[in-house]
Ligand binder design. Structure first.
Ligand code: CDP
Length: 229
């Protein structure tokens, strides 16, 4: 039997992927890796350096910034991977709406995707992992042991995201959040490199009418069947 396993979870924004991925990883004691947080950290760095204000992002400048700053994960006492910029925890800073509004622009740049690919491979080496994102089962780990595609309608996803954001951003409207998700989906699905697709061989689950626990339970049953073969 193999020693390490890779489970991939792809899907659009706010489909429930990350909550589900964390629970699945905890169940198997695998490492959870949030690939979106790497794109968000890069977008945060770009924003700190005023690169998001112009129509075209200055890619050379951004790559140069990445060479001179360090984005990495810190594994805390609860076995959670915390994203850091120059060893400072930026988990909260990368979840604001300004970063959400720009992250898909940054994530469509091929040199940025290559940079992230290297981090994804390095952090997963010799480990059993659950990684979520947009291209994990299709491009990053095409040979993963079990692949899922988690989906939900735009209406349900927007409501979920709005409920999360309203805690810290009192003025944000459901309409703004719906528009952000719609625009991000459009960029993620239509970009030339590593677009969001339902990976070949993946198990598709729509979470509109299920609780997180129901979805996780279903996934664990499916994973058990596949990895205990
Ligand atoms: O949490 P949410 O679903 O809103 O998004 P995320 O997973 O934090 O990812 C933020 C953005 O990063 C996505 O909208 C994509 O544009 C990009 N991304 C990507 O292109 N490929 C990945 N594997 C993960 C994220």
């Amino acid at each position: 039997m193999k020693n390490t396993f890779v489970i991939t979870i792809d899907g659009p924004s706010s489909s429930g992927k990350s909550t589900i991925a964390k629970l699945v990883a905890a169940h198997y004691k695998y490492t959870y890796i949030d690939s979106g947080s790497i794109y968000r950290a890069i977008t945060f760095l770009a924003n700190e350096n005023k690169l998001l204000n112009s129509k075209e992002i200055n890619v050379n400048f951004l790559i140069n910034l990445l060479e001179n700053n360090s984005i990495s994960f810190f594994n805390n006492s609860k076995n959670q991977n915390i994203i850091t910029l120059n060893d400072v925890d930026i988990e909260d800073e990368i979840r604001t709406s300004i970063i959400s509004n720009h992250v898909s622009r940054v994530a469509q740049i091929d040199r940025i995707r290559n940079y992230v690919f290297e981090i994804q491979k390095k952090i997963s080496k010799d480990k059993s992992i659950v990684m979520d994102g947009r291209d994990i089962g299709s491009v990053v780990f095409p040979d993963a042991d079990v692949k899922f595609y988690i989906d939900a309608s735009l209406k349900v996803r927007a409501k979920r995201r709005w409920n999360d954001l309203i805690v810290n951003e009192k003025n944000i409207s459901l309409n703004d959040v719906t528009n952000d998700l719609f625009n991000r989906d459009k960029i993620d699905v239509n970009r030339k490199i590593s677009p969001l697709v339902v990976p070949h061989d993946s198990i598709k689950i729509n979470t509109d009418n299920f609780t997180i626990d129901q979805v996780v339970h279903k996934m664990i049953k499916l994973i058990d069947k596949k990895i205990k073969k």
